[in-house]
Design a protein around this ligand. Sequence first.
Ligand code: SF4
Length: 676
Amino acid sequence: MSIEYAPTICPYCSCGCGIYLVVEDGKIIGQEPWKEHPINEGANCPKGKNAYAFLYSKDRLKSPLVRKNGTLTKASWDEALELVSSKLKEAAPENFGFIASCRNSNEDAYVMQKFTRVVMGTNNVEYCGRLCHSPAAAALIPAMGSGAMQTSMPEIELADCIFLAGVNIMETFPMITRRVFRAKAKGAKVIYTDPRKTVTARHVADIHLQLRSGTDAALINAMMSIILAEGLEDKEFIASKTVGFDELRDSLSKVDLKETEETTGVPLEKIREAAITYAKAERGCILYDQGISQHYVGTDNVRNHANLALLCGHAGKPGSGINSMRGQINGEGSGDMGCLCVFYPGFKRVSEESAKFFEEAWGVSNLPTKPGITYIDMLYKCPYLYVVGGDPMMAVPDINNVNKALEKASFIVVQDIFPTEISKLAHVVLPAATWVEREATHTFIDRRVQKVNKVVDPPGEAKPDWWIICQLAERMGYKDKFDFSSAGEIFEEIRRCVPQYKGITYERLKRTPGGIHWPCPSENHLGTPTMFLEKFNTADGLGHFQAVGFKPPAELPDEEYPYILTTGRSIFHYHTGSMTRRTPRLLDEIHRGFVEVNPEDAAKEGIKNKDTVTLETRRGSIEAEVKVADRVPPGLLFVPIHFPDSCANALTISALDPSAKCAETKVCAVRMEVKK
Ligand code: SF4
């Protein structure tokens, strides 16, 4: 018997906490805290404390499956890969779409986008970052030069005002909450915008602005207008480091504060208190998440929070900036690697120049020079789809319509560790190795690259994602371009092609618990915890104001659908739930979907706690168990996103942000009836 303590990183959220796995004779039998890990110092949230159980679920996919006479049937790798390669050879570039995931490693994601561009000849490659944080790139690249998080996690402790914009941080980023509490212990004030009175509102926030769903832009405009009226803007910073202030000031001159109070439902005095607190801070740190980005005006919302940061000079200092909080383990990395239809790796915008750069780097010709189509569009428009590590049938809005489109698809390949809702529609299902079953790097929330080592073998015939894609490329005539024999070899190519990663090596990562922040331009560079210390990454080095007007949500309540539905996450589950719903201790906490209903609404509708209700929108209906709770105000219903039996996205609306193509999954009109 041999027992080993293997250090690794939690497989769930983008905090990137360390844990030790206890391995006996090639099987994980337990886990222990990693007390010296610089991110979490031995602490873990409920998901991280139960990190490995899903690996041993009886549901793991262990061999390739090919649909025969309507049924997915066990097949050999040879048969499955031959079928996939022959079908993909039929696909015209514009008919093919590749959907990668925030759960893929950097190496996997890099190979997936290269396959799409080199073998399939299209930029139709996306990942689920499109569905939550695409407004970051759309808004912050023009504003400051990068959509990535600007300060490091530990530096959050340096802030004296932390603005949690639409991020229920206690449930979604528990280990960052520790940093916020430490800042509070030193006197920092916390402002929080959320329509719900969450645990973050109760236990973290000093000022909770409980705004009406979808009114963020109006609230921020009011805050900026108050800051200007009080003369609290950072005049020196604006003059020396920004452009576009006059346009912003003109736009803000039209703000009517009384009207804002009515629009947002937030008392003016609270808005004023928040504005003055943020403006007077030495280091103001905006941390934002899906609460502001998952709207059809998500890009405008992010732009406006960037305006607020620039107005007060809260950028380019440790513990400040506007920080997009990507939620999943490789939410940052899969974007860095180019799994976006408008960016080659390293956020090189799709263009003739970028195509030429990669043609030389990869030794190929005719790379696509026009942007591809985005995630949700692919589901409707691409008859050949390749989906890895995610479940669009849970993750995108208006899934009944998506289902109709996918039923007509010519060929769907799903590559995953478990059967999912979309694998029910697949023609071929390929079993993937995951997390500690292969070697890989991931890039966490604050651009921190960390390495995960292989600890155990994958089950059955499951293989690393990169291996599967390389096998396909070989069968399609591109062996020499995908001739990788390890993840380490792929990472070496990444270092050559992605300047931000140039100085990061596997060897350095092994020696650096906690990882290295990109940009890291050389092997003796220590990495960059804080962005923009000298100047912004824009062409002129300046921060750009982009004035934003308020637009109401795409669908508001009416007589037929009198409530607002909003959706979100629980601390016990992870996104579409495929891993956490196979973790018994987490299921003990919450095992099915629910709807939060305010006590006033419950009384009005004659609904009791634990009743089952039907929720119906113009797009579909679900049943859910009622939790009567004052976490939601009257008129608002909340449904978590993790459960297929009461899938929130059967209800949501696919109103898309015109720039980022992110959907408005945070607001739509809904009605509720008790199930008889
Ligand atoms: Fe894992 Fe995130 Fe929890 Fe840390 S905060 S233990 S990374 S789920």
